[in-house]
Design a protein around this ligand. Structure first.
Ligand code: 4AD
Length: 480
């Protein structure tokens, strides 16, 4: 018999017809009530058995973690906690799970810490929290594509292996097929990459931006959504070594258009989650409310998860220049009282997460777009302003997260770009094709990158980026 997913079962009316479901046992109480979850929804389906009708051998295998196929009739539930339940007529154990072994895992029915869940990442998708986060992650991915497709963007796949450092920050993982123990050497004693697979030095991409720019100069509006890699040793709750980035790039957009696009896009995907992921958001919201109860009053959230999401959707992001932000930071209380780890004393300082969070959470109390940063602290490809000190960069800062988007209007002038690359020691030889764009029909264009996990972090209210990606890669960790 074809089985029905629990999400659909829970939307049907009771009938006399039998139905079949398949899933994993969450719990089995009083030899009578089996809670089954199949991943299609956060909700379990209660299946009630009349144990006199089943033999002991069968009953003993109905254990937490086991995979079952159950056939029965859907009826109105007599008990509390659910409106529907299945009166079981037959049960097949598709895969057993030894209770003694289950006890040692996160499948055992008690509260486990998120750290413990990470250690058993291959099993954590069967927990309520991680299941909810991963369903949301999937829905958000879809919303990303839906937004760009509806708005006439072309999805492009940028290369994973590249020879260029798009950010010019040197935080790349090398890709090589040479024998690390015995690499070929050149005349000067250095590794001879000419003998390597690609006959040159290559690395995993840190961003698809430069290739996206080439496509924007022909297709007009494009976006990438793919994995990116950073070998930065940032062991924080917001950094991953492998993360997914969404990068739109648009011909003829200036910085103001770029800000409009970022704001509209973020609001669209958050609205999508609010409308299409209600059960999972409600569960995650309740989870945060419970968590808050153990915290001192001052540290508790002012808004519930869904209130926070509505707040972002319903309010304009505040647009503030870097210069204005520095003035605010220089004169703010924590700076004067030396509470910042990195005190702000002058224009030109790079903003740290503590500063970004102060601006968003304490000062403006809403998402902020900072723009026109000093050229010295931003990447080579950003357009130089008339003041020759600042570039048309923008960062979108979010409460609880800090930077969620980084973008800019691109330097479209050949000579200026060439000069900047020289000053920043970026190889012209390597990026000749990028410079070429400025020789053949150059134009104003802009784009940005949104770290997908940071978005998922915000929407789910989770505290650590390792808990919003299936298998996190961080310094010292590439398990699974
Ligand atoms: O600000 P970033 O480095 O910008 C770029 O890569 C540009 N090429 C994007 C563009 O203009 N097309 O990174 C963009 C975003 C950040 O705002 C952040 O959300 C995320 O990528 N990000 C990370 N997310 C998780 N772990 C990391 N290590 C991240 N580094 C950046």
């Amino acid at each position: 018999m074809k089985h029905t997913e629990i999400v659909h079962v829970l939307q049907t009316e009771p009938t006399i017809n039998e139905l079949t479901i398949r899933g994993w046992v969450r719990s089995f109480r009083s030899n009578r009530f089996i809670a089954v979850n199949d991943g299609s929804t956060i909700k379990n389906l209660q299946c009630v058995i009349n144990f006199e009708n089943f033999n002991q051998d069968q009953l003993k295998d109905i254990t937490t973690g086991a995979c079952v196929e159950i056939t029965g009739v859907l009826v109105k539930s007599q008990g509390q906690g659910q409106t529907l339940e299945v009166q079981v007529s037959s049960i097949d154990i598709l895969g057993t799970a030894d209770p003694e072994q289950v006890k040692l895992t996160i499948l055992s029915p008690k509260r486990h810490s998120l750290e413990k869940l990470r250690e058993q990442a291959h099993l954590r998708v069967r927990t309520n929290t991680f299941g909810a986060v991963m369903r949301l992650r999937s829905k958000l991915s879809f919303a990303v594509h839906e937004y760009f497709q509806k708005n006439g963007f072309n999805y492009m796949h940028t290369p994973i292996i590249t020879g260029s450092d798009a950010e010019g920050a040197g935080e790349m993982f090398k890709v090589s097929a040479l024998d690390p123990k015995n690499p070929p050497l050149d005349d000067t004693g250095n590794v001879n990459y000419k003998e390597d697979f690609f006959a040159k030095e290559t690395n995993l991409t840190v961003s698809g931006q430069l290739e996206a720019e080439t496509f924007a100069m022909g297709l007009g509006k494009v976006y990438t959504f793919g994995p990116t890699f950073r070998a930065e040793n940032s062991n924080t709750s917001r950094h991953l070594a492998e993360f997914w980035m969404i990068e739109p790039e648009v011909a003829f957009n200036d910085l103001a258009d770029n800000m409009d696009l970022a704001e509209d896009f973020i609001k669209y995907v958050i609205t999508y989650a609010l409308e299409n992921c209600q059960d999972d958001l409600l569960f995650l919201e309740q989870r945060l409310i419970q968590e808050d109860k153990s915290k001192p009053m001052a540290e508790r959230q002012e808004m519930t998860l869904r209130e926070k999401l509505h707040f972002v959707v319903d309010n304009n992001f505040k647009r503030v220049s870097y210069t204005e932000a520095i003035d605010i930071l220089k004169n703010c209380k924590p700076n004067k009282k030396k509470k910042f780890k990195y005190p702000i004393d002058q224009w030109g300082a790079d903003l740290q997460s503590e500063h970004e969070r102060f601006l968003v959470e304490k000062h403006f109390k809403c998402p902020v777009i900072l723009f026109d940063y000093p050229a010295t602290i931003k990447a080579f490809y950003m357009r130089l302003n008339e003041d020759e000190k600042t570039v048309r960069a923008m960062d979108v800062l979010f409460p609880g997260i800090g930077e969620i988007v980084g973008g800019s209007q691109r330097e479209e002038r050949y000579d200026v770009l060439k000069q900047k690359m020289k000053a920043m020691d970026i190889s012209e030889e390597e990026l000749y094709w990028y410079l070429d764009l400025r020789k053949f029909g150059t134009c104003t264009h802009s784009g940005f990158g949104l770290g997908f996990e940071r978005l998922v972090l915000f929407v789910t209210g989770m505290g650590n980026i390792r808990d919003v990606i299936p298998y996190p890669r961080t310094p010292g960790n590439a398990e699974f």
